[in-house]
Design a protein around this ligand. Sequence first.
Ligand code: SF4
Length: 282
Amino acid sequence: MGRRQRAKFTLDQLKSTIDTPETELDHGNPYELLVAVILSAQCTDARVNKVTPDLFEAFPTVHDLAEADPEEIHPYIASVTFPNNKAKYLAKMGRQVVENFGGEIPQSVSKLQTLTGVGRKTAQVVANVAYDVDALPVDTHVFRVSNRIGLVKEGADTPAKVERQLKRVIPKEDWGVAHHLLILHGRYTCTARSPECGACPVIEVCKYNKRLQRLPDPIDGLDKNKGTYYCKTRDHYFDDPAVHVDRNNVEQVACPRCGSMNVFKTQTGETTKTAKDYRVDG
Ligand code: SF4
């Protein structure tokens, strides 16, 4: 199956299982959306939604924000990540919107990107959600899920590469919905630490799951008193493993005696091998 077919199958499946593919950031207008997206950097949407009602009541328009000092904004956003920087960003962004754009949140990605605290991803989210501009922002979920399923080529190791490759295999009219579907799939099913493959509607095309299936089965009856690890190749127990890099460029536990990566944990009998993953923090 080619990437274009895999992308079509994935979007069709996710559309049929995710009822409302839209942002989970509460907002009532482009100004509120822009503020919420800036606050959501390296923070959960749920946390942002807890602080924005009071924040928007205190600063109901961009003009109110433009007149505020960071110290006045800070108490309202103290519980989100990086509140000091974000308070400064919001105060400066407010002034820039008033001074440079007449108090209107700009609609184009390039103009949005001139604002403090607004990178390419934030600008694309605002342009797409608030103004229906065709955009496919790549956040940590879109990046991980696209790589795992195989919607992008091996080695698509930056958000910019993932965005370019996704845009080649997803029709332009689907970019916005694809962004939300992939985010929600990554947030609730294909999570970073423990993807729920058994409940996943795209398991049959997922490359990462195929790699997981190829990992060796656990071994019963290993003796944990003889060592933390067991090398099946040399039938040998040991405590201090070596680390080798496999052909997929993944670091694997290896036997310090023979270098084999056919190693199992004696506590559980499970392989120490891991499939190439695309988890990124933040
Ligand atoms: S099969 Fe598993 S790894 Fe693949 S997309 Fe689904 S949840 Fe993620």
